[in-house]
Design a protein around this ligand. Structure first.
Ligand code: KIV
Ligand code: ZN
Length: 527
């Protein structure tokens, strides 16, 4: 019988720490719902002490997704009572709440960041964990920068945390420094030496700075860890966290090797990946394992020949196992609203209201008119473009571009602006996208710098939708922020304008504090 490795998803906490990946409360709830469908054991929904908006968002997820048969809902808290109180105020709305408290243990953090001695760290851990246990039965303690901590001290800290009531002990490779064999040795050392650890769950949490996050996590499992902390698409601080889909599929495909399995519904992986990519604006590279566009394509003739003769020659996983139905042609221009609703429900988009469905249907019809058959991937892009458009302040009315060679690329853009009559501005640029963005800049009341621009085709074929993602910078110094925006259209110039305006709306909402005020109150939350 295989052991179960718990999957602790931290997309909404560590993942949200990716540069420019700020998610508002509605998008977080949507992702949490998909994580529940995916079957993760624990959702780390946020860091409630960070802001009232974070507390509210974790509370909403706890109340809506943390049902008795749903996942455990965890919140992060520094090892201080104030943070732990905020965390509890949010996660207590879940049927299975968890307080996840942490403190750094490495010399470099003690000396330069915390200015604490080892004795002070031990005392703080004991107090924090004991306090958290007065509120919640399920308490996880993480020793930040564990992989660069003296193993003996680390073990003493864990023994102290266990004595104070911790039920899960997490060993993070915070800066992605460890190597698999070394990390396994550390996990084994902790398991062999921390007092009382046999009654606790040992967890690993690895960052990808040297590209080892998944390898280190798997090495941790071989050494006895039974919880892995990871994120969808591997997003997270700097180079990111261990990628959930890679870990899950490694355990699924090599179950006999690891002697372990997970509770994950693997067929939900692709959808989770798309949703996180669309909401964060972080594009998944084509060669990314499991969820990249090329992960299941066979290009070389010799491979294609082998695949035709016997799929196992080159295929270790079936695309259907990860929920990949990308190239399936699903609906055509004669399909009606009812067929679209049915298909979207089958795809997991069962929460669309009539108004949203109407808008998706109109977009679908325009697309089907242009390209005959619409694929599931294109439908997903339409839903992502239309569903959950939170109270845009700036809306695009029209884009006209003239370009080619020889000519000066010129764009005129019309927009609705908050509290004003619709306005139009024109601009020239080095190319059509530059001209569009310059015209938009002339319409908005703050300065924006374009940092990143990515365009890709949603599925094969020259007539498919183009998806554009942009990253912009607003403000400077202390108030500097980056935001991502995403847009889809068969015309990539229109998609570009949509993506740019979507990012600008994030900045506008951030400025007016709307993302916090917008969160609905906790009506119906469990007490
Ligand atoms: O990377 C890290 O150390 C963390 C902890 C807070 C678990 O994210
Ligand atoms: Zn981390």
């Amino acid at each position: 019988m295989s052991d179960i490795v718990r999957i602790f998803d931290t997309t909404l906490r560590d993942g949200e720490q990716s540069p420019g990946a700020t998610l508002d409360a509605g998008a977080k709830l949507e992702i949490a719902e998909q994580l529940a469908r995916l079957g993760v054991d624990v959702i780390e929904a946020g860091f409630p002490a960070a802001s009232p908006g974070d507390l509210e968002s974790v509370s909403r997820i706890a109340a809506a997704v943390g049902t008795a048969d749903g996942p455990t809902i965890a919140g992060l808290a520094r090892a201080v009572e104030g943070d732990i109180d905020s965390c509890w105020a949010a996660v207590r709305h879940a049927a299975k709440p968890r307080i996840h408290t942490f403190l750094a243990t490495s010399d470099v953090h003690l000396e330069h960041k915390l200015h604490m001695t080892q004795e002070q760290v031990m005392a703080a851990v004991a107090n924090a964990v004991a306090y958290a246990r007065t509120l919640c039965e399920d308490v996880e303690f993480s020793a930040e920068d564990a992989s660069r901590t003296d193993p003996k001290f680390l073990t003493e800290v864990f023994s102290t945390a266990i004595e104070a009531g911790a039920t899960t002990l997490n060993i993070p490779d915070t800066v992605g420094y460890s190597q698999p064999a070394e990390f396994a040795e550390l996990v084994r050392y902790v398991i062999d030496n921390a007092e009382g650890i046999e009654d606790c769950c040992v967890s690993v949490h690895c960052h990808d700075d040297l590209g080892m996050a998944v390898a280190n996590s798997m090495a941790g499992v071989q050494a006895g860890a039974r919880q892995i902390e990871c994120t969808i698409n591997g997003i997270g601080e700097r180079a990111g966290n261990a990628s959930l889909e890679e870990i899950v599929m490694a355990l699924h495909t090599r179950e006999a090797f690891y002697g372990c399995q997970t509770n994950i519904q693997t067929t939900q992986l692709t959808r989770a990946s798309h949703l996180v990519s669309a909401r964060t604006g972080i594009i998944v590279p084509a060669n990314k394992a499991i969820v990249g566009g090329n992960a299941f394509s066979h290009e070389a003739g010799i491979h294609q020949d082998g695949m035709i003769k016997h799929a196992e020659t080159y295929e270790i996983m079936k695309p259907e196992t990860v929920g990949l139905t990308q190239s399936r042609l699903v609906l055509g221009k004669h399909s009606g609203r009812h067929a679209l609703r049915l298909h979207l429900t089958e795809m997991g988009f069962e929460h669309l209201d009539d108004e949203e469905l109407g808008r998706i249907f109109a977009r679908f019809k325009r697309l089907a008119d242009k390209k005959k058959d619409v694929t599931e991937a294109e439908l997903e892009a339409l839903v992502s473009d239309v569903h959950y458009q939170p109270e845009d302040r700036f809306t695009l009315n029209g884009v006209h571009v003239s370009c080619g060679a020889p000519s000066i690329p010129t764009a005129s853009v019309s927009m609705n602006l908050p509290g004003k009559e619709p306005q139009t501005r024109a601009a020239t640029g080095t190319g059509p996208v530059d001209a569009i963005f310059t015209a938009i800049n002339r319409l908005i009341p703050f300065e924006v710098t374009l940092l990143e621009y990515v365009v890709h085709a949603v599925s094969g074929g020259i007539d498919t939708l183009g998806e554009v993602t942009v990253r912009i910078r607003c403000g400077n110094g202390e108030s500097e922020r980056t935001f991502r925006g995403h847009g889809a259209d068969t015309d990539i110039l229109v998609a570009s304008a949509k993506a740019y305006v979507a990012a600008i709306n994030k900045q506008a909402r951030f400025e007016s504090g709307m993302s916090n005020k917008k969160s609905e109150s906790l009506a119906g939350a469990k007490e």
